[in-house]
Each structure stands twice: as structure tokens, then as C-alpha cells.
Design a protein around this ligand. Structure first.
Ligand code: CIR
Length: 253
């Protein structure tokens, strides 16, 4: 059984952070509907849902993935790279403290959970506009004694490491080779996104199923052709906020 923390979309989402996208109007009603579908999907895949109320003054707070990194042994509360997102961690720490021992990072470290890709005991950390090398060092100090190996990955042209690469089966990664170097992940099988869908590299693996945006049909077909089990959902409004499927939940055992 998995647990999934989600948070209702902030009514202020139209003031979200944007790094690589032009601002276009997000339809809040449609966004809420799509988010409910996403939560239904999590439940149908066996997740017990912990749904947090909306944070009116935190536009990006639906993107709970960025606020914590949860392992079987402990959870690390992040120090998000965007100043406007720092307060999001308070309620997440509160929700996680009954499930895990919590660790905190110290200034000047900044890290977003979207930059952390976990493949079994191998952890890749994207060095991006949100995540710095100090965070890599502090996370390494916490996790290396537990037998994890950590690797830094330079991220450019996209927001987070997991915008460029994500896990779609136990040892298979879905990746955009224009945004991250595939050779870094040579231990894993790699599936490449369709070149007309650069933002399609983010899928959310739950057990043996992948929640994947129906907004990227060509890449979806590539996944199916590679025998990946896809559960497709429309996240058009989340995409306008530079979000994707992994970022709307924190999943743990
Ligand atoms: C941000 O720029 O922080 C949000 N608008 C989007 C965050 C998406 N998070 C993620 O992919 N992990």
C-alpha cells in the first residue's frame, strides 16, 4: 500500500512561478477537475490519500513534490529554490512527521524535490536554477550512511531534473536527450520522448503503472510500444503552471 500526500490547488495559481513558459490563463475550475481526476487515479492505483487543504497565499503549493524527499528510512524537508515557495514546507512537515523522522537542510542549500530522481539505491540530483551543490552535499551527508549513492546531474533548458527524465518501470527511464545527457543513466534502459513533445519525459510510476499526461499522445504511444502500463490523464492546466504528474504528489510506503 502506498500513501500519497496531495494538496488542493491554490486559488492564486495564476500567480505561479514560471521559468521557461509564457504565462497563459489557467482555468481554475478545470484545473480543480483535472486535479480530482489525478487523485482518483492515485487511489485506483492503491494509494491511501492524504489530501491537504488549499493554501490561499501560496500559488504553487499544489506542487507538493518540491517540498520533501521521502525515503523508507526518513524524510528530508526541502528548502525550495524559489523564495515564494519556502513557506509550502511547513504544512508538509506537519503532515509527514507522524510517518517519518524529518531532516532539514541549512542555508545556503536550496533544493526542489523535482530535482531528485531515485532509482532504487541510486539517487540523481539535478543542479538547476532551484537546486544547488550545497544541497547536494547536505543530502549526501544524510543519505550516504544509509547505503545510497548520489550523483550530480547538470540540468539546463528545463525546470527540474524530472522535467527531463523520470522512472517508468523498475529499471526504465523516460528521457528527453536534449535536456539531459542519457549516458549518465547508462545503468538503466532508456526510452526517448517523441521529439515533438519535449516536455513529455515526466511520468509517475506507482507499482507497475505509470500516470502519464494524455497531452503527449506520441510519447504515450512510444511507452505502450515498450510495454509500459500507462494510465493517461489530461493535465492541460497543470502544464500551464510548468507542472507535470510527479510534482502533484508525495508518494511513499
Ligand atoms: C514552479 O515553478 O515552481 C512551479 N510553477 C512548477 C513546479 C513544478 N514542480 C515539479 O515539476 N516538481
Amino acid at each position: 500500500m502506498f500513501k500519497a500526500i496531495t494538496r488542493e490547488i491554490s486559488p492564486a495559481i495564476n500567480n505561479c512561478e514560471l521559468t521557461h513558459l509564457q504565462r497563459t490563463l489557467i482555468d481554475l475550475d478545470l484545473a480543480n477537475l483535472q486535479h480530482k481526476q489525478y487523485e482518483k487515479c492515485l487511489v485506483s492505483l492503491g494509494c491511501e490519500l492524504y489530501h491537504l487543504p488549499a493554501e490561499e497565499h501560496l500559488p504553487d503549493s499544489v506542487f507538493v513534490e518540491d517540498t520533501a524527499i521521502v525515503f523508507d528510512e526518513l524524510a528530508i524537508i526541502t528548502r525550495p529554490g524559489a523564495l515564494s515557495r519556502r513557506q509550502e514546507t511547513l504544512s508538509i512537515a506537519n503532515a509527514l512527521k507522524t510517518h517519518r523522522q524529518l531532516y532539514y537542510l541549512q542555508e545556503p542549500a536550496t533544493i526542489d524535490g523535482g530535482d531528485v530522481l531515485v532509482v532504487d539505491k541510486q539517487i540523481y540530483i539535478g543542479i538547476s536554477t532551484r537546486t544547488n551543490k550545497e544541497a547536494f552535499q547536505q543530502v549526501s551527508q544524510i543519505l550516504s550512511p544509509l547505503g545510497y549513492s548520489l550523483t550530480e546531474v547538470e540540468v539546463s533548458n528545463c525546470l527540474h531534473l524530472k522535467s527531463a527524465v523520470s522512472l517508468v518501470s523498475k529499471n526504465t527511464l523516460l528521457l528527453n536527450p536534449n535536456w539531459v545527457d542519457p549516458q549518465i543513466f547508462s545503468k538503466s534502459k532508456i526510452i526517448t520522448v517523441d521529439s515533438s513533445e519535449p516536455s513529455a519525459a515526466n511520468g509517475l510510476l506507482i507499482g507497475e503503472q505509470v500516470i502519464f499526461p494524455s497531452n503527449y499522445p506520441k510519447t504515450k504511444s512510444i511507452l505502450l510500444a515498450n510495454h509500459i502500463n500507462v494510465v493517461a490523464i489530461n493535465i492541460s492546466e497543470i502544464i500551464k503552471a510548468e507542472g507535470a504528474v510527479t510534482c502533484c504528489s508525495l508518494i511513499f510506503h
